[in-house]
Design a protein around this ligand. Sequence first.
Ligand code: DAH
Length: 429
Amino acid sequence: MAFTLLQSTLFSKPSLFAHKRSFAFCIQLSSFSTVSAFPSDKFQPHKKWRRPVASVLELGGIKIAKTEIVRDDPTNNVPDSIFSKLGMQLHRRDQHPLGILKNAIYDYFDTNYPNKFDKFDDLYPIVSTIANFDDVLVPTDHVSRSYNDTYYVDSKTVLRCHTSAYQAELLRGGHTHFLVTGDVYRRDSIDSTHYPVFHQMEGVRVFTLADWEASGTDATSYAAGDLKKCLEGLACHLFGGVEMRWIDTYFPFTNPSFELEIYFQDDWLEVLGCGVMEQEILKRSGRVDNVAWAFGLGLERLAMVLFDIPDIRLFWSNDERFTSQFSEGQLGIKFKPFSNYSPRYKDMSFWISNSFTENNLCEVIRGIAGDLVEEVKLIDNFTNKKGMTSHCYRIAYRSMERSLTDEEINDLQWRVREQVKTKLHVVLR
Ligand code: DAH
């Protein structure tokens, strides 16, 4: 079965009701680092395996307090664990698999379109709901706008959930060929290919009348043809000669819309979403007689395949046994696992409340166990005669780097149970 490169199919479904699961500042960041509020272990409020969360982020010289991004009010749903990821910018590290992949994609564009594409990889990750949704025509009832799927700083400000959030602004700024790479944020379930922060690259190319007139085809067919040629070339550049297929799909921002799948290790793998940009986006950006294509690809899924990385959490590992395996410019290197600890399972059953969602459950568990949680899976679900619904979840705990003790796991599970009960208003069974 093909898995989706774009983390979840958030944007490929028309509306909130059709599919359950799934600021205003835009500045270049020159440096973006975290300042620890807990200089030594003894100041940590929790047990020794918990990482301290910084209380201040530095964005290109500007300090942003955690209290501005993580607040205890109903319009905010950003947890500490997500704040601590802001500004990590894995895609800007040339020796990291995501940086190596980004540079390989840059090479393709530089070779095939010399000096054509403007590149952005440090745009501010906190954007307005207008940029994230309205500017790219995401319907008002679309699932991606819900607090269950997106991290809101306040009712009008979100952590970008896709790099498409910059399309309109860059077009308005006069850019006609551009690539935007960045970390994106989505509330989601937990397994080896889903993590609430991942990385995308957006590409846009605008054509003028003169470009397609000579071709004898209409503007849309011309742009779609050029898009497919460009992306097939990119897939070959990254994967070598591979079998590929185009799938028709839906995105709010493109028409027609496609997904590209490649055949890799006995499976069809979705590598990107793309299409011919909706005319309305161009028109609102002041570009009338133009047509454009756009694409968005998910760097983790692509890198997992290219580097043989089995679990998405590894991208965040500082363990030298991971980081030392990759070198700048080396796309073909295969990751050699350095540990083989088995997962430890804990089951938890409860009567759900009306407001219960799996994304909320996963957020609570990640807030406690961090990257020690590998998977959260619904293994039983039934409704009794009184109409009460029970869920049983199996939680897999595993560190990528070391073995976990019984004491540690029991403590984690105890805290998970306590918080699930109090924060999610469910009744444990
Ligand atoms: N923004 C989409 C997502 O995150 C990906 C995408 C699809 C981007 C089609 C595009 C596009 O620019 O044309 O799922």
